[in-house]
Design a protein around this ligand. Structure first.
Ligand code: TIU
Length: 226
């Protein structure tokens, strides 16, 4: 066990009870032509998280901790997509429409999959989720329980939508969450800042926040035999 220099207090890192959760680092959110851009967003703002997240993923793999990737998306017939989600907003393309990388946010399409830099390797868990939160209508809690995981390093996109929703869901289920600040991304710089502040405020109301420069060496230290 070692501790990460985090806000609002140090976060204890115990490799055997910790998982790295990487939320929705999918081409549809990160590359031009996908769902994120169809909503009017500048996708380059999310791409900043890829480099630090790749380093964190490598550190997690070296430390042997559980790695969980999630993907937001729907069945080809959209039967798992509530009409409210389908109709929300005024996008140039809706979920299920043809986009630059296949049908937008549809499972099995190229755009629905994870960017090459962060592609899962054998043995890593991939959770397909129809909602914003990674616990809603998925097997995530069962997977974590079976692995004895109670502490999550949370990363991915977007900070204020799927990351926040997942952290709040996890918090209510009793998990301790550390959000890695440079490994999450938002289309809105002010949401990135405030979204992170909201997590560690009030004595850590939803969890902890630290950057990868604090987490990566702690992972290496925590997994080194004494
Ligand atoms: N639009 C937006 O900020 N996010 C999403 O739609 N999904 C995720 O955050 N993954």
């Amino acid at each position: 066990m070692t501790s990460v220099d985090a806000l609002p207090t140090p976060f204890e890192l115990t490799p055997e009870t910790t998982a790295l959760v990487i939320i929705d680092m999918q081409r549809d959110f990160l590359l031009p032509g996908g769902f994120g851009e169809s909503l009017g967003n500048d996708v380059s703002l999310l791409q900043k998280a890829i480099g630090p997240l790749r380093d964190l993923l490598e550190a997690a793999r070296a430390a042997g901790i559980l790695v969980v990737h999630t993907r937001e998306g729907h069945l080809p017939d959209l039967s798992d997509c509530p009409p409210a989600k389908l109709q929300r907003g005024n996008p140039s393309h809706r979920i299920g429409d043809p986009g630059a990388f296949g049908r937008i946010l549809i499972r099995g399409e190229y755009g629905h999959d994870i960017v090459d830099e962060l592609a899962p390797v054998e043995g890593e868990i991939v959770i397909d989720k129809p909602g914003k939160g990674a616990f809603y209508a998925t097997e995530l809690q069962d997977v974590l329980t079976a692995a004895g995981v109670t502490r999550l390093l949370v990363t991915g996109v977007t900070t204020e939508v799927c990351v926040h929703t997942t952290v709040r869901e996890a918090n209510d289920r009793g998990y301790e969450c550390l959000v890695v600040s440079d490994c999450v991304g938002s289309y809105f710089p002010e949401f990135q800042r405030v979204g992170l502040d909201m997590i560690s405020a009030q004595g850590g109301i939803f969890g902890w926040v630290a950057d990868s420069a604090a987490v990566v060496p702690a992972l290496a230290l925590a997994s080194t035999p004494a």
